[in-house]
Ligand binder design. Structure first.
Ligand code: FAD
Length: 376
């Protein structure tokens, strides 16, 4: 029986899969958060026979991510790493998937930032002199009073920013993969992998490569648990604010992203020391405190979510092959910038796997081979 003939919304359970004849694939992608989903789209588009295995019941950072992308960062308002390449690529990618799935989840919009010190004011004035730089546009405007925010010295706006409704992107993508009969909903156990010549076998699936995109659960994978990825917990709130402006994002120590119906996502926290992936009262206190520093309006917390980011030690993504098992690959380490990094670096990984490019050292998993002690 062919996989495409199975009902169940196009998804296969592992026990269904086990009963079937060997299915020859090019790639088996494990994990369908931002990393795995973006990668799978690109593999399929280029004609590679791909199967995606994702455990839909596990918590995924991508499902709680606020989805913000912002070309400037830090106290000096500098351009983010490689934004001149990542941002146009990202925009083309998400627009293409919107067209493919006939949905909307990509929302370019300016970010309004209050300026609250003379030092910040000077830096912004300096940066706004570079207004003709196409990749960043910082321009100072009077504050918009639709949603009154607290600011002493005015506000500035960034251009080339916005957000992706990541949960919506993932849901339509999973439906698309399911409709193509290439999504399996189960927990993938790496110890079940068998190696044969240069290929891998998992149940009845034979693939040239398995690409692990497991987010912070890399730590349970005996092949890759040596990587310096630091699980970083984050929390966000959904808040209701009457009379807000739904065409822009507000940002200071927290951001407010409009989600329609006077609801906003407000985030995020960063914690390196935690016991679980659940929302906490300290996270709630931190976010509401910063929110009250930003806006003058009343608000109501309607939801509180938490997730764990896979942040690499050097804040760069990690992609490439296992040091010994060349049939195993990895795409991880997207940290707090999965939305903007995933499309470009998934593409780099695909070109690398096709033998068209070598990976730059700063993103190549090889920079971490020194941590590997062959305990897999
Ligand atoms: C509170 C919060 C706010 C954030 N806000 C932003 C933001 O505004 N902008 C931004 O760019 N980024 C943001 N991020 C970061 C972003 O979420 C991450 O960069 C991104 O989601 C990482 O994606 P991933 O696919 O690597 O991991 P995940 O999203 O964790 O996905 C991993 C997937 O793999 C599956 N999986 C793992 N192991 C297995 C297995 N063995 N078998 C089967 N399935 C498996 C899991 O079920 C999951 O679906 C935020 C994160 C958090 C927590």
């Amino acid at each position: 029986m062919m996989v495409e003939e199975i009902g169940y919304f196009g998804m296969l359970r592992n026990d269904d899969a086990a009963k079937m004849e060997i299915r020859e694939m090019d790639y088996l992608v494990v994990g369908a958060g931002l990393a795995g989903t973006v990668l799978a789209h690109q593999l399929l588009k280029r004609g590679h026979k791909t199967i995606i295995v994702n455990n839909g019941t596990m918590q995924a950072a991508s499902m709680v991510a606020a989805g913000l992308y912002n070309p400037i960062t830090g106290k000096k308002f500098l351009k983010t790493w490689k934004s001149e390449m990542l941002f146009p690529f990202m925009a083309d990618f998400y627009r293409e998937i919107e067209q493919l799935t006939q949905t909307n989840f990509f929302y370019p919009m300016p970010i309004e930032v209050p300026i609250d010190s003379a030092e910040e004011h000077n830096i912004i004035h300096g940066r706004s002199a570079y207004n003709d730089e196409e990749e960043i546009k910082i321009f100072i405007k009077p504050a918009d009073e639709k949603l009154p925010i607290k600011n002493a010295l005015g506000v500035f706006y960034t251009n080339h920013s916005g957000f992706v409704d990541v949960a919506a992107f993932l849901k339509v993508s999973w439906q698309y993969f399911a409709s193509k009969g290439c999504m399996v909903d189960t927990l993938f156990d790496p110890t079940e992998v068998k190696f044969k010549n240069n290929e891998v076998l998992w149940g009845n699936i034979k693939a040239k490569k398995i690409i692990f995109c497991e987010g912070y659960r890399f730590a349970q994978n005996p092949f890759f648990n040596w990587l310096p990825i630091i699980p970083t917990k984050g929390e966000v709130l959904k808040v209701q604010i009457a009379k807000g402006d739904e065409d822009k994002i507000y940002r200071k120590k927290v951001f407010l992203i409009p989600n329609g119906n006077e609801q906003y996502k407000c985030g995020s926290t960063y914690r390196w020391d935690f016991d679980d992936d659940l929302p906490t009262s300290s996270g709630l206190n931190e976010l509401t405190q910063y929110l009250e520093d930003l806006i003058k309006s009343e608000y109501l917390v309607v939801e509180h979510l938490a997730g764990i980011r896979p942040a690499s030690k050097d804040r760069k993504p990690i992609l490439g092959l296992h040091p010994i098992y060349s049939a195993l690959a990895m795409f991880n380490g997207l940290g707090s910038k999965g939305v903007s990094m995933a499309p470009y670096f998934a593409h780099q990984l695909v070109l690398f796997l096709e033998g068209q490019i070598t990976l730059e050292r700063e993103i190549n998993i090889e920079r971490h081979y020194k941590y590997f002690t062959n305990h897999a």
